[in-house]
Design a protein around this ligand. Structure first.
Ligand SMILES: *[C@@H]1O[C@H](CO)[C@@H](O)[C@H](O)[C@H]1NC(C)=O
Ligand SMILES: *[C@@H]1O[C@H](CO)[C@@H](O)[C@H](O)[C@H]1NC(C)=O
Ligand SMILES: *[C@@H]1O[C@H](CO)[C@@H](O)[C@H](O)[C@H]1NC(C)=O
Ligand SMILES: *[C@@H]1O[C@H](CO)[C@@H](O)[C@H](O)[C@H]1NC(C)=O
Length: 489
């Protein structure tokens, strides 16, 4: 080819810019984040939306259609996937007008207000085996009802219906991704759902958790959970899988191909790594995993069975949620890339690559007073009341940072008690009544944090007008707590 003259150079430069823009666009289609709301003191919706925007997240996944949150997303330009909780599936499946009412109140209204709702995820991991089949009969009919209601509301082509599924709906009998298929007990149901997704062009949404694989199996090779190569690679025909994420993703690709749906797009609805509450949950591993994932997405390489198709994923999660159930494990409250108050836990470059950008903290966060609740100096650890108080505080608040190889595992026994007291005190908005514990506790203005162990100061509860029900519930909880404490001591 002839050397380009000046005009050619300009054209080449323009093409380069265009390529860069396209790459950005492709990236910006690639990284979303989950916004969960099970916190004692959630940041105001407007602060959270600013946090999303400042960090360049342009897709968000919600677990419920909360008015205040959808309202905050109005005009933000952020694409939204709205979830429907499992306990609503039976109603929506039942025919009647439930789905139409749901769409009217929770989609149509917000779309006309300028919220960019793209997907409705009907149910959250409804086919988990731990649900004992509770949602097997209602999930698919609920999806159909919601789709019909969206069509009736004139939103059929704009808002697509899907379902967020746990990765245990597919599996490989041999462990090789290419042998992937849907789980035997729900194969027929899965095929109906995939057919539904294929005909509307909606994505298959699957949650993929290498951390849980490691948590569940002490023999799981640690390096196979990350993206930096593995001594335990899985060889599958001509392909070598060096990380469990790709292997898991391609098990789904194979399942889709095997059943005649090779082109259904895949969206990873949740993927991430927690930072506390377990020996393998720490900021170093979380950073390693998430950065590896983000680099993978940014590379646009895709996976061996879908080469060149960039991985499309929503990180789990934006912020820690101190009221999540810890039935799965103590790590469950520590999935955030940010702490409860929107402060980053570690450096992360969302566009991939090292140093190409770091996380931006939440702005304008209002904290309660700089004070903490601790065990009194003269309190006797052997006092039965101490143990009872700790159990009570930990049952109500959050003690998941205490325990083997957690951020606060270095505390001495008195430090442990203080940690529990402070957690309870802060989650009750520093109410005086919540730092008493039968006279064992006192407040201090000296920060008891040490090393990796953070004794938090909570944030000012969000605007009561936008969270009226939450504050009523909070008031009831405080009242109950006061009654219980009274009874206990
Ligand atoms: C809209 O969604 C909220 C949150 O899930 C739910 O409580 C409410 O019942 C829904 N509205 C209707 C009319 O279904
Ligand atoms: C499922 O069944 C098990 C064993 O019978 C029971 O312990 C568990 O509570 C059930 N879970 C649900 C969600 O019903
Ligand atoms: C689902 O439907 C089947 C067949 O009609 C029935 O046997 C089963 O009890 C139903 N399951 C639930 C959880 O309702
Ligand atoms: C602190 O509490 C945790 C969780 O209850 C416990 O595992 C740990 O052994 C305690 N540490 C001390 C020094 O008492």
């Amino acid at each position: 080819m002839a050397r380009p003259v000046a005009g050619g150079l300009a054209k080449a430069a323009a093409v380069l810019v265009l390529v860069q823009v396209l790459c950005m666009a492709r990236w910006s289609d690639g990284v979303g984040v989950n916004w969960g709301t099970q916190l004692s003191n959630p940041l105001p919706g407007s602060t959270m939306v600013r946090l999303l925007k400042d960090n360049g997240f342009d897709k968000v996944k919600l677990f419920d259609a909360e008015d205040s949150i959808l309202g905050a997303l109005k005009g933000s330009g952020i694409q939204v996937m709205v979830g429907i909780p499992n306990d609503m599936l039976a109603d929506l499946a039942g025919g009647g007008k439930a789905a139409e009412h749901w769409v009217k109140a929770n989609v149509s209204k917000h779309v006309s207000d300028g919220v960019d709702i793209r997907y409705v995820a009907v149910g959250n991991e409804p086919f988990l085996t731990t649900f004992n089949g509770t949602y097997l009969n209602t999930t698919f009919p609920a999806m159909q009802s919601v789709q019909a209601a969206l069509a009736k509301a004139g939103l059929g082509s704009r808002v697509k219906v899907t379902v967020a599924l746990n990765a245990d709906v597919y599996q490989s009998p041999t462990g090789k991704p290419s042998d992937g298929d849907f789980r035997d007990d729900i194969r027929g149901l899965m095929l109906s759902i995939v057919q539904f997704l294929a005909s509307s062009g909606a994505p298959f949404v699957a949650n993929v958790y290498p951390f849980i694989s490691l948590y569940a199996d002490p023999n799981f090779p640690l390096d196979y959970a990350f993206f930096q190569g593995s001594s335990s690679a899985v060889v599958d025909g001509g392909v070598t899988y060096e990380n469990t994420f790709d292997a898991n993703h391609d098990t789904l690709v194979a399942a889709l191909r095997r059943n005649g749906f090779p082109d259904v797009p895949i969206v990873v609805g949740e993927v991430g790594w927690p930072t506390d509450g377990d020996a393998n949950a720490n900021p170093e591993y979380a950073r390693r995993f998430n950065q590896g994932l983000l680099d993978h997405i940014a590379s646009g390489k895709g996976t061996p069975l879908r080469p060149g198709v960039p991985v499309d994923a929503y990180l789990f999660s934006l912020v820690d949620e101190d009221q999540k159930s810890i039935r799965p494990g103590n790590f469950e409250r520590h999935w955030g890339v940010f702490y409860y108050d929107g402060q980053p836990k570690y450096q992360l470059s969302l566009r991939g690559g090292n140093g190409a950008g770091t996380l931006v903290p939440a702005k304008g966060v209002e904290y309660l007073k700089k004070q903490w609740c601790v065990l009194k100096r003269d309190a006797d650890l052997a006092d039965q009341k101490v143990g009872d108080s700790v159990s009570y505080a930990c049952g109500q608040a959050d003690c998941t940072s205490l325990g083997y190889k957690t951020s606060c595992s270095g505390l001495d026994p008195r430090g442990n008690v203080s940690y529990a007291f402070n957690s309870y005190y802060q989650s009750n908005d520093q109410d005086d009544q919540a730092c008493n514990f039968g006279g064992l506790a006192t407040t201090t203005t000296v920060n008891p944090s040490s090393g990796t162990c953070r004794f938090i100061v909570q944030i000012v509860p969000a605007d009561p007008t936008s969270a009226a029900t939450a504050s009523v519930a909070g008031g009831v909880a405080t009242l109950l707590a006061a009654l219980l404490l009274h009874r206990l001591f």
